[in-house]
Ligand binder design. Structure first.
Ligand code: ACO
Length: 376
């Protein structure tokens, strides 16, 4: 006998709004407070490193000094691309590729050479976790270089993921300040409860598919402009607006036309995204440092207007756009950079899903035709 479908019509048509799909101990959002494993995002952003956060997300506790150094060194070791991966990356049509398509394809291909592909045992998963988290930044930086006809840069084993990402993308050592700020960006993007891409990763995992399959699903979900893709759209919008004077008319027109302003609004945060507050300060500082104050001023004006006119506030994508722009990162790499960090959170969700698995298999309320016959 088929199971009964409960009365959740509102939630069905509203993107499962308000529905709890699983229990989790990884991160929590309550009002405007975001916690990773019990620590506030403000505390982690100010006082930790991305590697520390990765350890925290995967192990439910902070590392000691040796554990942290071991993790940093393991992750950076895995930043070196294999000859097979470099050959594939060079063979793919990188020049005009949508970077998220490229990242998804290369990530998926890594399963073909991973010695643990066929195992979902815990130890095998931890090895894959290190490989995937280490390599993600190298694929993105590698794309940035290959499409410009430049050589791939090898990581410095003594440095962090954040430092190495900037180094491998640009081919020159980042300043300590840039590396630190980028590290903070990675911390801010690492996890976010049951967001669209983490949910995609968990759904794929729930069939007991492997980690590469689940991470590839998550990258696919992150691509869209309603999720991670919004940061690129924000920067394009600011460049299109051009000056502070034009920002007001642009936003007034968008509101009149009922067009969505990218980087604004959130399904869960109704009183502000705490990550956006931290990024706003970074954006102000970086725009001033790079003589591009107008980008911060335009952003702040849009932020104010959206709150005044619609009661909506910026999300993580809004100010990260100008932060990355001031760091000289190509706009179409903003969403792939999101994945460079979020892969750590996806993996935490994948591990948690394996540990408490039941396959996700909801029901669809059928509204189609019935009673038709072929009449043959
Ligand atoms: N600009 C203008 N109006 C907006 C915006 C926006 N950015 N966001 C929401 N609204 C309005 C909607 O038009 C709607 O108004 P209505 O009730 O008059 O029709 C109302 O606010 C509710 O919006 P929904 O889209 O139903 O909210 P939902 O919870 O489904 O979506 C989302 C949340 C996707 C973040 C939405 O606010 C949005 O599209 N924002 C822009 C895209 C974006 O920034 N995405 C990144 C999100 S953060 C992340 O994933 C990393």
């Amino acid at each position: 006998m088929a199971t009964e479908i409960k009365e959740f019509d509102g939630a069905i048509d509203k993107g499962l709004e308000g529905i709890v799909a699983c229990t989790t101990k990884i991160s929590s959002i309550h009002d405007s407070t975001l916690l990773y494993r019990g620590y506030t995002i403000e505390d982690l952003a100010a006082n930790s490193t991305f590697e520390e956060v990765v350890f925290l997300l995967w192990n439910d506790r902070l590392p000691n000094k040796n554990e942290l150094e071991q993790l940093r060194s393991d992750l950076v070791k895995n930043m070196t691309l294999s000859n097979e991966t470099v050959a594939l990356m060079k063979a793919l049509p990188a020049k005009n590729a949508v970077p998220m398509d490229y990242l998804r394809t290369v990530t998926s291909s890594l399963a073909l050479q991973d010695p643990d592909t066929r195992s979902i045992e815990f130890e095998a998963n931890m090895r894959k976790a290190l490989r995937l988290t280490g390599v993600m930044g190298s694929i993105v930086a590698g794309l940035g270089r290959i499409r410009e006809g430049k050589d791939i840069v090898k990581p410095d084993p003594s440095k962090s993921i954040a430092w190495n990402f900037m180094y491998m993308l640009k081919g020159e050592e980042p300043s300590a300040k840039t590396a630190k700020m980028f590290d903070t960006c990675l911390i801010l993007h690492a996890d976010h409860e049951l967001n669209c891409s983490a949910f995609a990763a968990r759904v794929t995992t729930s069939s007991l598919a492997d980690m590469h399959a689940a991470v590839t699903s998550a990258i696919a979900a992150l691509k869209g402009p309603l999720h991670g893709g919004a940061n690129e759209q924000v920067m394009k919008m600011l460049l299109q607006i051009g000056t502070l004077e034009k920002a007001e008319t642009f936003i007034a027109d968008a509101i009149k036309d009922k067009a969505k302003v990218m980087g604004i609004g959130h399904r869960v945060y109704k009183n502000g995204d705490p990550r956006a507050k931290i990024l706003r300060k970074m954006s102000e500082e970086l725009c001033a440092m790079t003589n591009q104050k107008h980008f911060y001023e335009m952003s702040a004006r849009i932020d104010d207007m959206m709150f005044e006119k619609k009661g909506l506030m910026p999300n993580v994508d809004f100010y990260s756009a100008t932060v990355y722009y001031c760091m000289g990162i190509p706009i179409d790499l903003y969403t792939p950079i999101f994945a460079v960090s979020r892969v750590s959170g996806w993996i935490a969700h994948i591990l948690e899903q394996y540990s408490q698995n039941r396959i996700y298999r909801p029901r669809g309320r059928y509204l189609g035709k019935t009673g038709l016959t072929l009449g043959r």
